[in-house]
Design a protein around this ligand. Structure first.
Ligand SMILES: [Cu+2]
Length: 213
């Protein structure tokens, strides 16, 4: 009889271990999707309507970020980031009416009232949180691009909390901005940017609010 008890225990232990292994690999885990529709900003500067879709899909520890854009300045590098409020509150996209200095352009600093600050770069290494570096997508001659990046959610959450005073990601409170116009774009001196980064790099050209599907 003791032998039988050991056998049952072994079966239970093995199946518990198998379940743990499966969930850590993402098998059988549900996918939670956050989606944003992007709308154009500063169309007078870009001369086109930048639109697109961004998704953040969480399955187990894997976060898959995808961004598909059209109508963006062609052959141009486009910085793109998750922006949000440092309080963790609900961010929204800036509007043309957020042009505080009346130069008819909503620059990066003028988006902060509605959208907070730059939090996570959607480049080739999002969890490094290294905003001015890394590889960002370059648009095709047709003014489109596709971006896809897989990130460890645990790694990103850890870096995020460390960089932003223990804040959580709260993905459904955030927005995405796409930036960038060609270097030869004639921008007035009133257009503010991020430190030494030229204004044409950070000029917001599209924004979308993430919602949980
Ligand atoms: Cu940004």
């Amino acid at each position: 009889m003791p032998f039988k008890r050991v056998g049952l225990f072994t079966v239970l232990a093995v199946s518990a271990a198998a379940m743990t292994a499966c969930s850590s690999l993402g098998f059988g885990s549900k996918t939670t999707t956050y989606e944003a529709q992007l709308y154009p900003l500063n169309m007078d500067v870009t001369g086109a309507e930048a639109t697109g879709t961004a998704k953040m899909e969480v399955t187990g520890d894997t976060l898959v970020i995808t961004v598909d854009m059209a109508g963006v300045p062609p052959n141009t590098v486009h910085w793109q980031h998750l922006h949000g409020l440092k309080t963790g509150g609900d961010a929204s996209c800036a509007r043309q009416s957020d042009d505080a200095n009346g130069d008819n352009i909503v620059d990066l600093m003028e988006t902060e009232r509605a959208s907070g600050t730059t939090l996570v770069p959607f480049n080739d290494a999002p969890a490094k949180l290294d905003i001015p570096h890394g590889t960002y997508p370059t648009a095709t001659p047709a003014g489109t691009y596709h971006y896809r990046q897989e990130v460890s959610l645990k790694e990103l959450e850890k870096a995020f909390g460390k960089a932003y005073d223990g804040q959580k990601l709260v993905l459904d409170k955030r927005v995405i901005y796409v930036h960038g116009v060609p270097a030869n774009t004639n921008l007035p001196g009133s257009v503010a940017s991020l430190g030494p980064v030229p204004a044409h790099v950070t000029l917001p050209i599209a924004c979308g609010k993430f919602t949980k599907r």
